[in-house]
Write a protein that binds this ligand. Structure first.
Ligand code: GLU
Length: 420
């Protein structure tokens, strides 16, 4: 079960940012609570003929800046608090990158690895049947998240189309290319983080040639970030998955690791000459870039002091707790915060939504160059705020987002407007 106080912990980052800017109290009041969270039970037919029910949620946290946007996760530990926190992060993330969206998130409490493919399809379709009145291309637009993928999005888009009686591709992003998906969405989360790190390389004090990279969590984002850095000459010195970790200071055989994952095997089975270590020990491996790429709260008060990286690249949402943030800052470890570093995924989701609405599709180069422009532009702004105010990049990113959110909230009038 995820940390029950996860939303309170997340909101401390907003309070920290608010100390550094003039913000109307109305704005913070609005951002402190989710606008609506709907909880349902999905009842599906299992392959053996029985019926089984699963808890599911969709949270629309804040829609001041546009329709709510955010993924759907299938995970056995999902809770309402976690969904709301993830939706809060989406609200802030879309503001940091200036996408015309608010924040949302969804989840089903299920271990998808225990379902057959046919059961997974029925569960995906049941989710859309339950939430069809909540989602919509101008209302709330889901996407993939942990343990969901393009095929799941394809089933969901198809179910929505049959409910509406017409094709509505812009209701969901991260779809298969053949069903209106965008080129470049598959590796977009990692690519955004990769562009950001490369752009800031000198400012971060990272080596230009062959930086050492450690990847915690070897799912979609983890595998792509390893591939992108490796392609640019980096050494991938350690990676972990749910079963453990492998380490080789001279660089791992990435092709063997990727091949093992493609066959549904663990990285441990592709260790070759590398040392098998525990997933916890991976956090302390000496490297230039540590990229937590899977779940929340992976770097916490208990292990942050062991981090031996120059930079933590947060590809997961919320992988570093507020206590760990302080420990890392004291050690001089720079954190590239999730709301900026992993925003590539939702940015290319936005491109997919735009393409669906235009009915006109872009080339891969166009997607990459537009993504790079946004990541570098917002990265520069966040870097500048951090320098000006002497704060961490995380606080700077929250300050930046808060400026945009406040602009939108205040445009409806503040207490000062109504009382003066
Ligand atoms: N689940 C991803 C995230 O946390 C992507 C969301 C989206 O594309 O809407 O940012």
């Amino acid at each position: 079960m995820s940390n029950p106080n996860i939303l309170d912990a997340a909101l401390t980052r907003l309070d920290e940012a608010a100390k550094h800017v003039q913000i109307d109290g109305d704005v913070l009041e609005k951002l402190k609570y989710p606008r609506e969270t709907t909880k349902v039970r999905l009842l599906i037919r299992m392959d053996d003929g029985s019926r089984k029910s699963f808890l599911a949620w969709r949270c629309r946290y804040d829609d001041t800046r546009g329709p709510t946007k955010g993924g759907i996760r299938f995970h056995p530990d999902a809770t309402a608090e976690e969904v709301e926190t993830l939706a809060f992060w989406m609200t802030v993330k879309c503001a940091v990158t200036n996408l015309p969206y608010g924040g949302g998130k969804g989840a089903v409490q299920v271990d998808p690895r225990t379902l057959s493919k046919a059961e997974l399809e029925r569960l995906s379709r049941a989710y859309v049947q339950a939430f069809a009145r909540i989602i919509g291309p101008d209302r709330d637009i889901p996407a993939p998240d942990v343990y969901t993928n393009a095929m799941v999005m394809g089933w969901m888009a198809d179910e929505y189309a049959s409910i509406q009686g017409q094709s509505v591709p812009a209701v969901i992003t991260g779809k298969p290319i053949a069903l209106g998906g965008s080129l470049g969405r598959d590796d977009a989360t990692a690519r955004g983080g990769f562009y950001l790190t490369r752009h800031l390389t000198q400012r971060l004090g990272l080596p230009e040639a062959a930086p050492r990279v450690v990847v915690q969590g070897f799912g979609n984002a983890g595998q792509h970030i390893a591939r992108l850095f490796h392609g640019a000459g980096a050494r991938i010195v350690a990676v972990s998955d749910s079963r453990g970790a492998v380490h080789d200071p001279n660089g791992l055989d990435l092709d063997a690791l990727l091949a093992a994952k493609a066959e549904g095997r663990s990285v441990l089975e592709a260790a070759h000459g590398a040392t098998v270590i525990s997933a916890e020990d991976l956090i302390g491996v000496e490297c230039d870039i540590l990229a937590p790429s899977a779940m929340e709260d992976m770097i916490h008060a208990g292990n942050a002091a062991s981090v031996c990286a120059k930079v933590v690249l947060e590809l997961a949402n919320g992988p570093v707790t507020p206590e760990a943030d302080r420990i890392l800052a004291d050690k001089g470890v720079i954190v590239l915060p999730d709301i900026l570093a992993n925003a590539g995924g939702v940015t290319v989701s936005y491109f997919e939504w735009v393409q669906n609405r235009q009915g006109y599709y872009w080339s891969l180069d166009e997607v990459h160059s537009r993504l790079r422009t946004i990541v570098e532009r917002e990265g520069d702004v966040v870097w500048g705020i951090a320098q000006d105010k002497g704060v961490t990049l995380r606080t700077a990113a929250y300050i930046h987002a808060l400026g945009r959110l406040a602009g939108a909230i205040e445009a409806h009038g503040t207490q000062q407007f109504f009382t003066s």
